[in-house]
Write a protein that binds this ligand. Structure first.
Ligand SMILES: C[S@@+](CC[C@H](N)C(=O)[O-])C[C@H]1O[C@@H](n2cnc3c(N)ncnc32)[C@H](O)[C@@H]1O
Length: 323
């Protein structure tokens, strides 16, 4: 497979760390000056500790993925040898956000008791962010199903494309579901929220899971893939097409092009809703909705076979219509 697309960074996860750092510093510096709070030594010490904890977690979130990139990580093999390499900003970000919101709720309640409805609202938002943390955690563990059970490859034989494979979480799911199938996992391998963009972990995970002999790894861009027309017998793309922004239609059209007529394509994306609000807060308002995804898929020539919610995400099972 040819290699193309020089590594490019396209994530803003570091913003989570900076926001947490600011919140932590605010708690450390500002809160003790509040009259009601500074009344007791216990609360002053408590808020300093909380502020320090948030600030340190934020520093870890902001810098750890960079440290990990330059320093190979020794992963414990005592539990699962599989590691999907997610940066702490992704897994810990919503938790940090929840702690900040809860701390704010306590500050408001103690300092301005009449503003209790605002404190209550912050408490609720904190609970939502904590739910988001639990949802985000499901992507770290191979015990959680990474793909919905759908009829992706009738007959079970052929070559399946995993578009935007990262460290191979979804490739693993396909390999397990279809032991006779061959896989091609394609990615730019440049994301800064996955260790090494996923490339080395993909090889490592596929080796541990026993499907490395059936796997071909290709570096490439989903919007201009290096494969021939009508090549694949099926395809999946989970949490990747929704990273393409204005190029989404091009990515879907590319997926259509490389599939054989009649082949199925399983698309998993984030759509607006309570679950995604928990994970991404206000960012979830900017997500593309279900109707738009359906229209885009139909527009490039797919037939819609099935759709549904899955672990808080949404999937579409599509079929390339025979010409
Ligand atoms: C959130 S990860 C999903 C990884 C995997 N599918 C999973 O569900 O665990 C998104 C992946 O899409 C890849 N990606 C985003 N835009 C891409 C593009 N234009 N071409 C190829 N890969 C891309 C990123 O590099 C990243 O590995």
């Amino acid at each position: 497979m040819s290699t193309q697309a020089p590594p490019r960074s396209h994530s803003h996860m570091w913003l989570v760390g900076v926001a947490g750092l600011l919140a932590g510093l605010a708690l450390m510096i500002y809160v003790p000056t509040l009259k009601a709070v500074s009344g007791t030594l216990f609360l002053v010490a408590g808020f300093h500790l909380l502020g320090a904890l948030i600030a340190l977690t934020s520093i870890r979130i902001t810098f750890r993925s960079r440290w990990r990139r330059s320093r190979p990580r020794v992963t414990s093999t005592s539990q699962s040898p599989l590691d999907f390499g997610w940066a702490p900003a992704w897994t810990l970000g919503p938790l940090l956000f929840a702690v900040v919101l809860w701390a704010l709720a306590v500050v408001i309640e103690l300092s301005w008791p009449l503003w209790w409805p605002v404190a209550f609202l912050f408490g609720l938002l904190g609970a939502g962010a904590f739910a988001g943390y639990l949802i985000a955690k499901t992507t770290t563990d191979a015990h959680f199903a990474p793909l919905p059970m759908v009829d992706l490859l009738p007959g079970g034989q052929g070559v399946v494309l995993d578009g935007g494979c990262g460290a191979g979480r979804t490739s693993l799911a396909v390999a397990n579901a279809y032991p006779q199938a061959k896989l091609v996992a394609v990615d730019r391998f440049d994301s800064d929220y996955i260790q090494d963009g996923g490339r080395s972990l993909l090889t490592r995970n596929a080796t541990h899971a026993g499907f490395i002999d059936r796997l071909q790894i290709a570096q490439g861009d989903l919007t201009a893939m290096q494969f021939a027309d009508d090549f694949f017998d099926a395809a999946v793309s989970a949490h990747a097409m929704d990273h393409l922004g204005h190029a989404t239609e091009r990515g879907l059209a590319e997926m259509w092009r490389v599939l054989k007529p009649g082949a199925h394509f399983l698309l998993v994306v984030w759509v607006p809703g309570w679950m995604m609000f928990a994970v991404a807060n206000v960012l979830s308002f900017f997500l593309r909705g279900r109707a738009e995804w359906r229209a885009l898929a139909r527009g490039v020539g797919f037939e819609l076979l099935r759709e549904g919610d899955f672990n808080g995400y949404w999937y579409l099972l599509l079929k390339k219509r025979a010409p």
